[in-house]
Every structure is written in C-alpha cells, then in structure tokens.
Design a protein around this ligand. Structure first.
Ligand code: NAD
Length: 256
C-alpha cells in the first residue's frame, strides 16, 4: 500500500514548510524525489534528510513562474532520474495587502507564481507522464487553499491570493478532463491553517489568529505532515479512480 518504489516525484517549493514534508513523505515510501525551489542551494538540507534515511533525491533550481526555468528544471530531473510519475505543485507565495492598495505588479506576481507557475509545471509534467509505460499512473497534485472561493472563506488582504487559489481549482477540473485519456490524474489539496514559515511570516495579529482557530472545530492549526498524508494518497496507485477533485485538509473548518 502507498509504495512508490520505481517512481519519480517532483515537489515544487520543496525546501521548507509543506513542500519539505511532501518530499520526505514520498521519499520514505520509496520515490526518488526532485526537490525544486527558487534557489536549489536552499533545498540541500531536505535532500540530505532524504539521503540520511536511505532515499534518493536531488535539488533543482526553478522559478515556477518562468517557462524557461521550468523546462530547464524538468530537463535536469529527466536526465538524472529518467522519468516523472508525480508532480506536487506546491510552490506559492502569500503577501497580505488590502485590495485598494494592490498594484498591478502585486497582482501579476501573485498570479504568475501561484497560478501560471502551476500550469507551466503541470503542462510539462503531463508531457513527460504521457510517455510512461504502463500508462495510468501519472499523478498531479495541485495545492490550493480553503481561501479559494465557494466555501465561505474570504480573507481580508488576500484578493490576489484567493483569486490565484480559486483559479487552481478551475484549472484542475479541466486538466483532469483533458488528461484522463493519457492516464494522468489531476487533483487539488486545499489546506486550512497550517503551521509553516509562510504563516509565521504573515505576522497575523494574535486576536485575528485566535478568531481563526476558534472557527476550526479541532481548535488548532494543522501540521504540514497532516497535509502530506493526503498528498501521498493522491500520488499513489491506490488513488487510481480519483481525478478532478478537491480535498480540504482543514481540521473541520469548512464543516462549521
Ligand atoms: N500554510 C498555510 O496555512 C497554507 C494554507 C493553504 C494553502 N497553503 C499553500 O501551501 C503551499 C505551501 O505553503 P507553505 O505554507 O508551506 O509555505 P512556505 O512559504 O513555507 O513554502 C513555500 C515555498 O515555495 C517556494 N517558492 C516561492 N516562490 C517560488 C517560485 N517562484 N518558484 C519556486 N518556488 C517558490 C518558497 O521558496 C518556499 O520554499 C503554498 O502553495 C501555499 O499557498 C498554505
């Protein structure tokens, strides 16, 4: 069950936070893992952690918002590991700013990294996965958020962020339809409030944080590993009949 021996995974934004735990979780179950981030040097620690446990991993420099970078990064992975079976589209940024103050540059940067970046990586990944034999085991997992629309979680200061995350869900449904005949599934994992450097850097005021936690039935933030568990399932052979779907990992937040 949930064994990835012989499979190759690429995790974007893999140097820290949830990307790190996704990379470790896939490697622990036998996948060779490419840990991609904007500066490959920063990925070395994760690659060492994987190697220390007997796994096989590599660092890849990739700004996901730039097609040339994405292509060069994927080329490196194919050169070293020979194939690609799993993409975890995890890289993302969150910069809080009131909508009335957002500049065109703020908007473009957020959408370029969080949404266009996922498309560029998914498109290149699908081209690689379509070559795999036997067909049917390509897995793309796109990371969105509870703050992505239609579920009652608007976040003040996050108009550009929520637009990017909502776009991911729409894009995923269409890619799932287009790529099912290629044997590639495309799903979304939408985390709630997870304790990572992104949230720590956001410096959310204590009263706002307390109010958020109060809305979560489990009364706590999630741990990155708790999101990785869902990513691992969707990346596995066991998830063979799951595509085009969004899975919320949120401590019950949306059930309130
Ligand atoms: N932490 C949360 O509560 C939360 C909730 C919902 C969704 N998410 C999403 O989960 C994902 C991971 O978030 P996290 O909390 O672990 O954040 P994080 O900031 O700890 O990690 C994000 C990683 O993405 C990398 N990155 C940023 N821009 C990049 C680019 N242009 N190219 C390549 N890599 C880039 C960063 O260097 C970093 O390593 C993000 O997509 C985020 O939007 C987080």
């Amino acid at each position: 069950m949930l064994n990835f021996t012989g499979k190759v995974a690429l995790v974007t934004g893999g140097r820290r936070g949830m990307g790190r735990t996704h990379a470790l979780a896939l490697a622990e179950r036998g996948a060779k893992v490419a840990v991609a981030d904007i500066d490959a040097k920063e990925c070395a620690g994760v690659v060492e952690e994987i190697a220390a446990k007997g796994g096989d991993a590599m660092c890849v420099t990739m700004d996901v918002s730039k097609k040339a970078d994405v292509d060069a990064g994927f080329d490196e992975v194919i050169k070293k590991f020979g194939r690609l079976d799993i993409l975890v589209n995890n890289a993302g940024i969150y910069i809080s700013k009131p909508a009335l103050e957002l500049t065109e540059e703020d908007w473009d940067r957020m959408l370029d990294i969080n949404l266009k970046g996922q498309f560029l990586c998914a498109q290149r990944a699908a081209k690689e996965m379509a070559k795999n034999s036997p067909a049917g085991s390509g897995r793309i997992i796109n990371i969105a958020s509870v703050a992505s629309g239609q579920v009652g979680v608007g976040i003040a200061g996050g108009a550009h962020y929520t637009a990017s995350k909502g776009g991911i869900i729409g894009m995923t449904e269409t890619l799932a339809v287009e790529w099912a005949p290629l044997g590639i599934s495309v799903n979304v994992v939408a985390p709630g409030a997870i304790d990572t450097p992104m949230v720590q850097a956001a410096q959310i005021p204590k009263d706002a944080m307390d109010a958020m936690i109060a809305r979560i039935p489990m009364k706590r933030m999630g741990r990155p590993e708790e999101v990785s568990a869902m990513v691992v399932f969707l990346a596995s052979d066991e998830a063979s009949y799951v595509t085009g779907a969004t899975f919320y990992v949120d401590g019950g937040w949306l059930a309130q």
